[in-house]
Design a protein around this ligand. Structure first.
Ligand SMILES: [Fe+2]
Length: 421
């Protein structure tokens, strides 16, 4: 059972026990029935006493809405569920990603030619991004893990926009606010267009003079955006202030924490997360978990404390697209993560314990799926994209190709593999 399917015909959902109400039919507990005080394996909660008993022994239960006399959808299922599954959204998300990539490249080319930015064009693409993120943020987030080294600035801008929209959704922002943040994020690094390529793509560390020029991308970005028609003021603020730091040692103005715009504080985090998980000419990519650790360790000094904590919660330890190694040595790719079960993702297993390609199989850690030895799968650690020769891009492209033909779904599941029981 899964919250992912609540919008389909199956009406069983796993919810925190605190959301159970009288009249709901409980068909599964998170402990064995024999260890519970309940005689029947499946029952309608009829009294407050039963409700209290449930709360005293369980954290999560599964509720079957069809068998409930109280037909209200459980509260957490209403608020925490996504409109569609990640598999169903992935095809649309890939289309959004392609059009955004083209637009960002086009914007950058027009700036190089001395033309301004067409704010309406940006708005249209942001609209599509936000539509997808609101349906299911995991799909576009998964695609941000496909990195193309040669198009770093355009791709990074797009990824930061997606991650910021997903973060805004997690923070409970309104659609208008999410669009605003995605818009600002898309244009945050636009000033890099005026930084010489040999500095942008230098292998190895920048010297003092070069770093001084690199820092100017904030000032260039502000100037470019201010010269554009119908530009939103927050986008100017973000381009100018996204490298300021909470301890007042950022650039270009060394602003104190209280003077840094909130959107710039938020985008500083998503910017760092995407940069750390990307391969650049001077460094290799690190895993999403390592990126979160770096950001978390710098909270309060570089990044806003509260926003950092929220971002870590939002992304979770194993965000979609993470390469994970299990305790038995097998390697998999995280496909999706239930909002209430971030430690137990759904994973496609792609390498055996010897790190050789294996028959692909999807396992649900939340359902305690078993490996070949009969032990439940558990994650031991995360790895950067590309380790053990695992290319997320290759798997997704294969899945997306499959998704073009009925039965849709990379569903079939991202990658033409069988679901485990
Ligand atoms: Fe930047």
């Amino acid at each position: 059972m899964s919250l992912e399917i609540i919008n389909s015909s199956v009406q069983a959902v796993e919810i925190p026990v605190t959301d159970v109400e009288i009249g709901m039919y409980v068909n599964e507990l998170d402990i064995p029935w024999l260890e519970s005080p309940f005689i029947y394996q499946g029952f309608i909660v009829e009294t407050k006493q039963q409700l209290e008993q449930l709360k005293s022994v369980c954290h999560f239960v599964s509720v079957d809405v069809r068998k409930s006399t109280n037909k209200r959808m459980p509260k957490s299922a209403r608020s925490g569920d996504y409109e569609v599954s990640v598999e169903r959204e992935l095809g649309a998300a890939n289309g959004v990603r392609e059009s955004t990539r083209k637009l960002v490249k086009n914007i950058f080319q027009e700036i190089e030619l001395g033309k301004g930015i067409d704010g309406n064009k940006v708005q249209d693409v942001v609209h599509e991004t936000v539509d997808s993120v609101l349906r299911n943020p995991d799909a576009l987030t998964l695609l941000t893990q496909i990195k193309n080294k040669d198009e770093y600035t355009a791709e990074h801008s797009m990824n930061v926009s997606i991650l910021s929209a997903a973060f805004g959704r997690y923070m409970g922002m309104s659609r208008v606010e999410i669009e605003e943040i995605a818009y600002c994020a898309l244009l945050h690094d636009v000033g890099k267009i005026r930084v010489p390529t040999e500095i942008l793509n230098k292998e190895g560390a920048l010297n003092g003079d070069e770093f001084g020029i690199m820092k100017k991308h904030t000032v260039f970005g502000r100037a470019i955006l201010m010269a554009s028609d119908a530009m939103m003021t927050p986008a100017v603020d973000v381009a100018y202030a996204h490298h300021e730091r909470m301890d007042g040692t950022g650039y270009p103005r060394q602003l104190p924490r209280e003077n840094i715009p909130q959107l710039a504080k938020l985008i500083a985090i998503t910017d760092a997360y995407d940069a750390i998980t990307s391969t650049r000419c001077y460094k290799s990519a690190r895993s999403p978990f390592e990126a979160l650790t770096v950001i978390y360790d710098n909270r309060g000094r570089q990044f806003d404390d509260k926003l950092t904590e929220k971002f870590v919660e939002c992304v979770g330890v194993y965000p979609p697209g993470s390469i994970v190694e299990m305790t038995n040595g097998e390697i998999g790719i995280v496909l999706s993560v239930h909002p209430e079960h971030k430690l137990n993702p759904r994973v496609i297993m792609v390498r055996d314990a010897e790190k050789k390609p294996r028959h692909e199989r999807i396992v649900h850690l939340r359902h305690a799926d078993l490996d070949g030895e009969g032990a439940p799968y558990k994650v031991r650690k995360t790895h950067a994209n590309g380790e053990f020769g695992v290319s997320l891009k290759e798997y997704l492209e294969r899945g997306l190709r499959l998704g073009e033909h009925p039965p849709t779904g990379i569903q079939a599941a991202v990658l033409n593999v069988s679901e485990s029981a």
